[in-house]
Design a protein around this ligand. Structure first.
Ligand code: NAD
Length: 496
């Protein structure tokens, strides 16, 4: 049985582990490995290694850091296929989707390769007579990254390339459900020449998270996961004086106006609702059909769903299994709940015949119509292949639905009316907006993050906000003595 261990000080951690967890191959429905769970003492070792490495790494030149980042980028690009296989084997998403995930992470590495430009400050000559002023951004120290199961490579890469490029050292706590991708990334860092201790991994659960949140030497924490844990991480971390960005759950709406291209909208609803089995924080889970197009749109979505092929992600499938049996059962429970609450179950994913082992954690794509905002299939983040259609009488009612939802991660509008799209982008309360684009994930050089219960803290991930999050500003005012001396003056400094 494969054992997945922590990564501390540039190498696998040799110590024994008292606690461990099962890692599954979701398409086979079998345990494929055991992952060590770190107690507080092991987290302390990782933080100590990161603390020791910090001084050297922050003193390394921008050229040296960039050289390591470029080497990491090359290795990652060359070995994308291997990493995608590791992701598919533990998460279940199909190989092409896993390779897409690596590509999106790679783009953040490429963004971080531009760190010499990103860290440039400002300079003002002669702010006062013979006095100059300039700004610097400096790293924070040891930063913690805590990530969810649904993107075991991409989500950690939203953070650690930028943190490391800015001169910080990192302790990553990946999801215990699919931990192997992070270890592969650690091996690539070592091959790229990153000094030991700059990037560390501790596996585990709440015990490890809590130690990162309370450890006095951890300066900042980036978290991604469900809203309840995100809120907890934000409150606990900030109460200890740490800088925290905690990205939470989502309920993403796609508003379809009557003038939209309904074929495009139906394709988009299916792709964004069922890609990665709906286990994406940017998945569309509620399609808001502005009448009178509801019947036609539901028919178009239904016919496309009939062609979807659910099976082992290593075969030629469109959609893989869910991550665990428990999660599959929870998601399937929403099909009963929706029926009991009065929604129409147009497609029941429990009846599919998957192309995979009988023991796999299967649930096919499902579609509810006539969903009401009070039903649990609408109010809850299901995080599975269940799409709900809510009928709305008007655009204003549709916008109100989106804006009163407690989540505000992503949203999309489908229309051929530029004015309507512009009004929506202006009025909607969400962090990422698509116009005829269902999954508007920002490129690495923009910042990723939601509003409301989808993000606690005020910095989004990567892009300019990522650089800002991982650095502190300093402004220097300098005067080099000229032959003339200023003399004693107790007044407040003013420009002369
Ligand atoms: P999760 O909240 O269960 O776990 C996330 C991380 O927190 C994991 O590393 C886990 O070990 C740890 N954790 C779990 N329970 C904890 C607790 N009680 N105390 C401390 N730490 C704890 O989330 P998940 O199921 O792995 O991922 C799915 C969730 O992540 C969904 O809600 C999804 O929307 C969200 N997500 C959000 C974004 C975003 O950008 N907003 C991106 C991806 C995923």
């Amino acid at each position: 049985m494969k054992r997945i261990t922590h990564w501390i000080d540039g190498k696998p951690f040799a110590g024994e582990s008292e606690r461990a967890g099962d890692v599954f191959d979701p398409a086979l429905g079998v345990v494929s490995g055991r992952v060590d769970f770190a107690p507080a003492a092991v987290v302390d070792e990782a933080v100590a290694a990161a603390t020791r490495a910090f001084d050297g790494w922050r003193e390394s030149s921008l050229s040296q850091r960039t050289k390591v980042l470029f080497a990491f980028r090359e290795l990652l690009a060359a070995r994308t296929g291997e990493l995608a296989s590791i992701i598919t084997a533990e998460h279940g998403k199909v190989l092409a989707d896993a390779a897409g995930e690596v590509q999106r992470g790679l783009e953040v590495v490429e963004f971080a390769c531009g760190v010499p430009t990103l860290l440039k400050g400002g300079f003002s000559e002669n702010v006062s007579t013979r006095v100059d002023s300039y700004s610097l951004r400096q790293p924070l120290g040891v930063v913690g990254v805590i990530s969810p199961f649904n993107f075991p490579a991409m989500v950690p890469m939203w953070f650690f390339p930028v943190a490391i490029a800015c001169g910080n050292t990192v302790v990553l706590k990946p999801s215990e459900k699919d931990p192997s991708a992070s270890v592969f990334l650690a091996e690539l860092w070592a091959q790229a020449g990153l000094p030991g201790g700059v990037f560390n991994i501790v596996h585990g659960d709440k015990v490890a998270v809590d130690r990162l949140l309370t450890h006095p030497d951890v300066a900042a924490v980036s978290f991604v996961g469900s809203t309840a844990v995100a809120r907890y991480v934000y409150e606990t971390g900030t109460s200890r004086g740490k800088r925290v960005q905690a990205l939470g759950g989502a309920k993403n709406h796609m508003v379809v106006l009557p003038d939209a291209d309904l074929d495009l909208a139906a394709d988009a609803a299916v792709n964004s609702g069922f890609g990665s089995a709906g286990e994406r924080c940017m998945a569309i889970s509620a399609v808001v059909a502005v009448e009178p197009i509801g019947d036609e749109l539901v028919a178009k979505i239904t016919s496309r769903m009939a062609a979807l092929h659910t099976g082992d992600g290593r075969r030629d499938s469109d959609m893989g299994p869910l991550v665990t049996a428990a999660h599959r059962d929870k998601v399937a429970g929403y099909l009963d709940a929706g029926l009991a609450e009065g929604a129409s179950l147009v497609v029941d994913g429990r009846s599919i015949e998957p192309d995979g082992a009988a023991e796999g954690f299967w649930l096919g794509p499902s579609l509810f119509d006539h969903v009401e905002p009070t039903m649990s299939v609408y109010t809850d983040e299901i995080f599975g292949p269940v799409l709900s259609v809510v009928r709305s009488p008007t655009y204003d009612a549709a916008l109100d639905l989106v804006n009163t939802n407690p989540y505000g991660n992503g949203t999309a509008i489908f229309t051929n009316d530029g004015g309507a799209a512009r009004r929506f982008q202006h009025d909607v309360q969400a962090g990422m907006v698509g116009i005829n684009v269902p999954i508007p994930v920002p490129m690495a050089y923009y910042s990723f993050g939601g509003w409301k219960n989808s993000l606690f803290g005020d910095a989004h991930a990567h892009g300019a906000e990522g650089v800002h999050f991982y650095t502190r500003g300093k402004v220097v005012t300098s005067r080099w003595l000229d032959p003339s001396h200023g003399g004693v003056d107790l007044g407040f400094p003013t420009q002369t």
